[in-house]
Design a protein around this ligand. Structure first.
Ligand code: FEO
Length: 386
């Protein structure tokens, strides 16, 4: 339960959630962490807290550095309960602390906890003096909730970015250069695809605001702290936020008797012949949050479902609902599926993709079992459409 000193008198005092496997529907195979930071200065400052049931862990880590009752400021960068859940308990101990938050943060904390805490509402661009150091706040609404803000400490060149630049990883390592770079980037991509994706324009504004800052460390609220790959993760965020894609097709499907699966493989063949990188994802064996990690960099999303009881398969419907909510932009799509008599699923898939903002380039139906000739013809048809 030791705190970790990141720079002189700046400590990680958060919690590691080794058991977390589901974060509102997002599969977190590697667990997560809730990063809170303690700054020892003339004003003792805690940046964010942790989930409610980790409050004692946080207090224990703080106690190894300083008496928690001496905390002057608790910065609440984001109301969501993975960061504010422990706040009521911390404030019972840090009785004199003032909560520093955004205008929407003040409303959100009140709506969550119904308490009359001592709150100082921060305006965008406002600076909070801590002593030798300070925090300059930028309001970053919708990255990830309307209340979000980030704090930049110019004296130490640290950006306390809350959800932005996070990854769901539980680890004893705290910094990016202590962990597998590929794994951190993959989890950062998954995090962006499943949490941040709907807010691309807001992310672009944040990136524009931080572009002039000299940043040595991005201390996000989940996963590893960026200190060796700051420019790399900012560059990737810039690509993801601008919906930059690769020549790549993700083919997502469910299947009953393998006919739609055969169609999925034919579509994959067509894209490969046209020089695309392809990824095949059976919804029976892949979680939708892992599929999103592939979609974030993909120009095409092809979705297939056979018809079951006049509908698409429930797995396909669930995936398309999730996709619509995350709303990736500037993508193209193909709907496909086999059917016995009604064949409604293919139009339903195409309509859902259109509703989600995709440009649907083709809808392909096959009756019962496609023959080799059918599939060969289908490959040529897809090649012509893409
Ligand atoms: Fe990590 Fe939006 O909370």
């Amino acid at each position: 339960m030791r705190p970790i000193e990141l720079k002189k008198d700046i400590y990680w005092v958060g919690a590691v959630d080794w058991d977390l496997r589901n974060f509102h529907g997002y599969l977190t195979q590697r667990g997560s962490s809730y990063n809170a930071y303690l700054i020892i200065d003339e004003k003792i400052t805690l940046i964010d807290t942790v989930k409610e049931h980790f409050a004692d862990e946080l207090l224990e880590r703080v106690s190894k550095i300083i008496d928690p009752s001496k905390i002057d400021y608790i910065v609440s960068n984001h109301v969501e309960m993975d960061h504010s859940g422990a706040l009521p308990k911390i404030l019972e101990v840090a009785k004199n602390a003032t909560v520093i938050t955004s205008p929407n943060g003040a409303k959100g904390l009140k709506a969550h906890y119904k308490e009359d805490w001592k709150v100082r509402v921060i305006k965008g661009g406002e600076r909070l003096e801590l002593g030798k150091r300070s925090l300059e706040f930028m309001l970053t609404p919708m990255v990830h909730w309307p209340d979000n803000m980030v704090g930049y400490m110019p004296e130490e060149k640290i950006l306390f970015s809350n959800d932005a630049f996070g990854q769901h990883i539980a680890s004893t390592e705290r910094c990016d250069d202590e962990y597998s770079f590929e794994a951190v980037m993959e989890e950062a991509r998954k995090y962006y695809a499943n949490i941040v994706l709907p807010y691309g324009p807001q992310v672009q504004k944040v990136l524009a605001s931080v572009s002039g800052l000299d940043i040595e460390m991005i201390a996000s609220s989940h996963g590893l702290i960026w200190r060796s790959n700051v420019s790399k993760i900012v560059e990737e965020y810039s690509k993801w936020a601008s919906n930059e894609t690769e020549k790549k097709a993700v083919i997502v499907y469910d299947t009953m008797w393998s006919s739609t699966k055969k169609m999925a493989h034919a579509i994959q063949e067509a894209f490969e012949q046209k020089g695309y990188k392809t990824v095949l994802k059976n919804l029976q064996t892949n979680h939708i949050s892992d599929i999103m990690t592939e979609i974030i960099t993909s120009e095409y999303v092809c979705v297939g479902s056979p018809t079951l009881n006049n509908n698409m398969m429930p797995n396909a419907a669930g995936f398309l609902t999730y996709l619509k909510g995350l709303a990736p932009k500037n993508r193209k799509a193909i709907a496909f599926g086999s059917y016995g008599w009604g064949g409604q699923s293919i139009k339903q898939v195409a309509d859902s993709l259109t509703e989600a903002g995709f440009e649907v380039k083709d809808s392909i139906r096959m009756n019962y079992i496609p023959s080799k000739e059918d599939l060969d013809k289908m490959i040529e048809e897809v090649k012509e459409k893409i």
